[in-house]
Design a protein around this ligand. Sequence first.
Ligand code: NAD
Length: 371
Amino acid sequence: MATHKLLLLPGDGIGPEVMAEVRRVLAVIERKGLIAFEIDEDLVGGSAYDVHGKAISDEAVAKAHAADAVLLGAVGGPKWDGVAYEHRPEAGLLRLRKDLELFANLRPAICYPALADASALKRELVDGLDLMIVRELTGGVYFGEPKEITDLPNGQKRAVDTQVYETYEIERIAEVAFELARVRGNRVTSAEKRNVMKSGLLWNQVVTATHAQGYEDVKLDHMLADALGMQLVRAPKQFDVIVTDNLFGDILSDVASMLTGSLGMLPSASLGAEDPVTGKRKALYEPVHGSAPDIAGKGVANPLAMIASLAMALKYSLGKPDLADTLDRAIAAVLANGYRTGDIYVEGAKRVGTAEMGEAVAAAFDKLLAA
Ligand code: NAD
């Protein structure tokens, strides 16, 4: 059996608490002999700053390069508010994204039936929702030059941000979306603003051309990004994979995430280019939430976003989609049995802490695997 290298970076605040529950699930997989892991752990964020004087060490970055998948908890906290800008905890995360060239950000929006009432939308609109937003992460208007504020002779100011995309950037994100769709519902919706933006026109053309080069088995639709925003809250279940640029992806993925209830439920993945030799992609998996300093150390954080991030790693980096589905079913079963951490608690449910929730998922996972 091939050995898979995992790097765990628990980070700060509730990061180590939720990562401990990932370890519990990994132990089940190992005990059953389903995957052989080589697991390493290192520091990131404020905890790395305290030891190394910077938010991630070069050794940790080298380990991330060598890993099949990196799992990160969260970084940041008030303790490091006064740290120099280049050493702030987020710098560790940004360095990882940059060094591993993670250009594709994957944010699933899954609504577990047991949590459908926590959504801002009506139950019937979100019950069973399972969509994936693929956001371009390293290009577009957040990085394009010029990017400046200048003084005008009349005393006013002028601000410029530049939306730039080149063919290769659109091609590679479209490929990620098509490949993902193949292991999901086989449909991609591409969103841009080709009616008013040249970059939108190029986006549309390149996605269409990429589709024609070997992805015709996947159904492709195009939608204007504003219309897609409207459809996302009108009838979200119509979507499978949505691919879009950095700016629209930032906004649309936040909208989609709130369709499903709590921040403590949302996993994410960031992927890099495919290695031409091994066919593997560099990959970082992390919950969408932060380090939650207000509840850190209390043992009450919801570990499900972190565990669901492991499920994504099993599916997209470790070649185990069946195991990932089983883990997702274990999460759904535990929720259906009424287990709730404080953030998703409802009257009459069984209120549990981080470890109890992790234990329940590990036990349900174990049971499903034995079935
Ligand atoms: P946050 O996500 O940490 O917390 C927002 C709210 O949600 C808090 O009330 C928190 O208690 C709650 N919450 C978050 N995750 C939870 C979980 N798993 N279970 C239960 N409740 C949960 O966002 P914030 O408060 O804006 O930021 C706190 C710190 O985290 C800051 O230092 C920020 O910079 C950092 N941050 C890091 C990341 C990251 O590591 N990717 C992302 C966002 C924020």
